[in-house]
Structure formats: C-alpha cells, structure tokens
Design a protein around this ligand. Structure first.
Ligand code: SAM
Length: 285
C-alpha cells in the first residue's frame, strides 16, 4: 500500500490488493452482521457522498477509482473526508468492482456511520407527516418509500417490528440518496403502540378492508402518522386497531392489492396535496 500527498490536507492510500484489511472491512459491509459490528454502511456515487457530507453525516472512508485522480470534486470530497478524520483510498477498478459487486461501479464510494433517530425524539408538529412501516421486508420497497417520503417533504420513517435493514446496499441504492435526508426510527410493536398514544394528530392506517376512501379525508389539520402494512400479511389487528382511521385505495381490475411502496406514494401525495405546488417557473415548457 502506497501513500501519497494530495490536494487533501492528508494522505491518500493507494490500494490495489483485495487482501488489504481496509478493503476486506468494506466488502464485509455487504452483510448486516458486519454493518452492525462496524456501525457503518456504504453509499455509491460522488453526488450522494457530497450530499451526505453537506447533511452532516460522518464519513469513515472515501474510496475512489484511479480515474478520479485530479477530478476537482473528488479531490474536494477527499479533503473533506480527511478533515473529518476519515480515511481516503485510491483503488484499482478491480477493487471497486469487488467492493460494489458491480461490473460498472461508480467512481466514488463512501462509508458512513449509521444513524437511527430515537423514537422518543420525534416531536410531530402541525403539517408534519410521518410514515410507519410494519415489518417491511423488501429493501427495494423500503428504499422507494424513503425516497418518496423525501420527495413529498414528509418528515421521516418509523420501522416497526422485524424489518429489512435500511442500511443494506440494496435499500440505500433504492433511496437514490434520500437515506441521507430522511430520518429513520426503529421500534418494537409494543414501543410503537405506546409512543403512538402520545401522537398529537391523525393516525391513518391503510388496509384492504379500510372503510374510508383515502381521498375523502381532510389531512390539513395537525400532523399525520400514516401506517402501512407488511407486504404479505398487511397490518396486524393490534396496529390496525390503534389507528384513528383505516383508509382504502379503491381499485379496479383483478389485482388484490397495490405494491407497498406504490400504495404509500399514492396516499402520501394525497396527504401532502395542499403543500405541493408547482412554482410558476415549473409551468414554462
Ligand atoms: N396481502 C396483503 C393484505 O392482505 O393486506 C397485501 C398487503 S399490500 C401488498 C401492502 C400494504 O400496502 C397493505 O398492508 C396496505 O398498507 C397497503 N395497500 C396496498 N393496497 C392497498 C389498497 N388498495 N388500499 C389500502 N391499502 C393498500
């Protein structure tokens, strides 16, 4: 392993060997066990890494491809990493392919500390929308929900019960960077039910047997907690009974239900309808 000074106020380590222990640690982040052990996760792409730094996420390691040498944005991200006490690695294409498990990897990968919002720190205010997901299983669904929560300007996501890992590579990819913008909390069903009692606004569940058309509800007063059911089983009775309303999205055709992330998006856009307006600029085509 060579070290060379860069525009960054520190050293960049050049790594070409897959046997390098730093690379082994990063590769291990593919498994939840090691993500939790290292309290870390990986995000791919220069834009994501810059967004994460701007949003105050703690970077542990910045990895970039040789091709990134001399790229001003990469050098700046490297300097910020060193300033934050992180490590910067310049690696061969082979190493990047191994880390990302992709044939055409991004030029930059960042390893960040995980961050979970404690449930007790959520203070819902008027206009706030939180989404609770019951035992979400699919990383693509979770990532898509986090991205949609970000897009509509909702406040965050609460993961209830045993769920897929918000910091898995698949989930982070599906968030398209929104993992850094959307606070994520975790709770057991019991802790969630206890916390929900103090929620100062409407708790709206969605259910295939819901009695209320989601378009008929006035969401404009106070905060809203939207509760979504598990992909296979829907909401269990304990969670459904804790909701003030059970909403249904009317369907035509033969499909039994909507995909979880699609259903979340449909209802979120209705809840946030009043807050989402095109700027005059957007109307120019
Ligand atoms: N077999 C499951 C069931 O019986 O509920 C289907 C679950 S569905 C794939 C996942 C979640 O998306 C549901 O628990 C619910 O929260 C929401 N969902 C999907 N389609 C819906 C609809 N038409 N109306 C209300 N909620 C819906």
């Amino acid at each position: 392993m060579n070290e060379r000074p860069t525009g960054a106020p520190g050293q960049v380590k050049e790594v070409t060997s897959l046997a390098n222990p730093l690379i082994k640690d990063i590769k291990a982040l593919a498994l939840k066990k090691f993500r939790d052990q290292q309290n870390a996760f990986m995000a791919e792409g220069l834009k994501l890494v810059i967004d994460a730094l701007d949003l105050g996420w703690q970077i542990k390691t910045l990895v970039f491809a040789k091709a990134g040498r001399g790229n001003a944005a990469v050098e700046k991200a490297a300097a910020r990493t060193v300033a934050a006490g992180g490590t910067v690695l310049e690696v061969s294409e082979k190493v990047l392919v191994a880390i990302t498990r992709r044939d055409n990897p991004q030029m930059v990968v960042g390893v960040f500390s995980q961050k979970i919002l404690p449930l007790k720190d959520i203070r819902a205010r008027d206009g706030d929308v939180w989404v609770a997901l019951d035992r979400v299983r699919d990383p693509g669904n979770l990532g898509t929900v986090i991205r949609t929560v970000d897009a509509v300007g909702a406040r965050g996501v609460i993961l209830v019960g045993e769920t897929t890992d918000p910091f898995s590579v698949e989930t982070v990819r599906a968030t398209m960077g929104s993992i850094f913008a959307v606070p994520v909390a975790k709770a057991t069903p019991e802790a969630f039910l206890a916390w929900r009692k103090g929620f100062p606004g409407l708790v709206a569940g969605t259910h295939l047997k819901g009695a209320v058309d989601y378009r008929s509800v006035d969401f404009s007063k106070g905060p809203v907690l939207l509760v979504m059911g598990n992909e296979q089983q829907g909401l269990p009775d304990s969670l459904a009974e804790s909701c003030d309303r059970l909403l249904r999205i009317p369907q035509a055709g033969r499909a039994d239900s909507l995909n979880l992330a699609v259903a979340t998006g449909v209802v979120l856009f209705e809840i946030r309808r009043g807050a989402l307006k095109l700027e005059p600029e957007d109307n120019k085509s």
